[in-house]
Design a protein. Sequence first.
Length: 420
Amino acid sequence: MYEVVCVIRQSNVLRRWRRWFVLFLFVDLMAVGFLFYRYMDSYVPDQLYAVVGEMEDISLPFGCETEESLEVLQVTNKDSGFSMVSGETGNYQVPVKLFGVLPVKNVDVRVIRKMKVAPSGEPIGIYVETNGLLVLDTAEIQGEDGLTYAPGENILKTGDYILKWNNEPVPTIAKLDQAIQDSGTKKVAVMIRRGNENLKVAMKPVRATDHTYKIGTWVREDTQGIGTLTYVTEDGKFGTLGHGITDADTGMLLDLQGGELYQTRILGITKGASGEPGELQGYINMVADNEIGDITKNTDLGVFGKMRQSAGDGYAGDFLPVGMKQEIRRGKAYVYVNLNGMAQRYEIQIDQVNINSTDNKSMVIRITDPQLLSMTGGIVQGMSGSPIIQNEKIIGAVTHVLVDDPTKGYGIFIENMLSQ
């Protein structure tokens, strides 16, 4: 009887182990399937640009193929992807399947006319005017009566823009301060913009210990800096930086009313080191004769506008074809930048390409040119916007430096900038 009980118990233990084994196997298969899908999703492009009349070769992961077509967009499977060509502009979809059966995704293809832009690489001074006064923070102030007040607290938020005080526009800090002094301790209506919405709030200044009236709010107006011009188009439009102009304290993208590009002169270079980004030191003489362009747009993918007619030729190099992201290869490329009086090419390596990037960190790049490394130590502040050239096509622009290793940084696809 004892032996029978032992056998039954062993049988129950084995069944339980088998159940656990099946469960673990199922979980492992689900995890592998999820990781495999993530791999496929990251390496199969979401969207592609193609030039009308030109054959494009697209790489796909092993096992992926498309539905061949002889329609307007002609698609042909190849060993490691597919090729496509169209004689007409337009928007198309190319379905990608695993082993021709399991759907992976539909690739959006936009066929456009051939584009050429002139890479610049010239240093520029950037001056921008904010659309209102940017609120950085609120603070407590000591009142004339000895009490502590915080008149801006719970009314204004970091990132708000002050537009009007008592129904009067206040485009500068000086005008806001004068309006506050005129109001005294009277409660007034203040027009602010929060996100995309204009709001009216009520504020009451406090008479401080220095006998002036204050609202306990830190604000910022216009800002300026140095960057590198990326490109000029045939009709005189420009793109620069490859990232937006943000507030240094809040990190928020500035809402601009307008701005100008100015001639600038590089006076010196602070070399970058691990943990200490370097910078280009320049001089911006903001007089009318030095204006070379007008800024119209500030986005996460760059700053854009129109060159002044008299300045366009001096800031544009030879026109080059635009290289689409599917043409970019890991390996040798060049960055184009003026550090000593003349824009020239310096060798870099493209270490990584994120084919589905829609932001300003599309490529990981590494400076390898000995001359550039000796001058800057790598990528420094002020080099943002420097055009990247590969196979005699402009493919992107420098955007960021890796603080721990200034020889490395990020670049943006040029097609992302041109889409703005």
